[in-house]
Design a protein. Structure first.
Length: 180
């Protein structure tokens, strides 16, 4: 069987330089032009790579700056919502001859303002009523007491709890009905 003379083998032999110099059918000028074109292409790719690296570093730096600013000013909206509460307290304290009823009214109005500001900022009160099921995710049992209600239900609230965006800031302190 004669040796394989397929087209790939033939083109490979043409691309190989012979004893007389460059590959048959390709002049020295063409080869040099191809080398120059490859160098230009290589330089363009290297430039694109460096630009892409710079873009990545700039994006990382901008993201880090944004994170720093977010941390620094995270409480800004919350603090802004508390300023009217501060104003109300200062105005109430500025009145020198207020009656106990006026002081109580002012304190209640200021408390409403404070609760409203907390709710606007997703700080929600946890205040289980007597008879509510004990929830260890929201409540902290201080003691178990005998009671005429189902076991593991809230008997009394000692201190309100609070959540922020459904995360517990402080659990409600409760007493719980003991098993019978």
């Amino acid at each position: 069987m004669p040796p394989d003379t397929s087209s790939t083998d033939f083109s490979r032999r043409q691309a190989e330089p012979g004893p007389d110099g460059p590959a048959a059918g390709q002049s020295a000028n063409e080869a040099q032009a191809e080398v120059i074109a490859l160098r230009v292409s290589n330089a363009e790719l290297a430039d694109q790579y460096l630009r892409a690296q710079a873009d990545v570093q700039n994006a990382r730096r901008r993201a880090d700056d944004e994170i720093t600013k977010a941390r620094k000013f995270a409480v800004e909206a919350f603090a802004e919502s508390l300023l009217p509460v501060t104003d109300s307290l200062e105005a109430g304290l500025a009145v020198k001859d207020a009656t106990p009823e006026q002081i109580r009214e002012g304190a209640e109005a200021t408390l409403r303002q404070l609760k409203s500001a907390l709710e606007r900022n997703k700080v929600i009160e946890v205040a289980p009523a007597a008879g509510d099921k004990f929830d260890p995710h929201l409540h902290q049992a201080i003691s178990m007491v005998p009671a005429d209600q189902d076991a593991n239900t809230v008997v009394g609230l000692l201190q309100k709890g609070y959540t922020i965006n459904e995360r517990v800031l402080r659990p409600a302190l409760v007493t719980v009905a003991a098993p019978k």
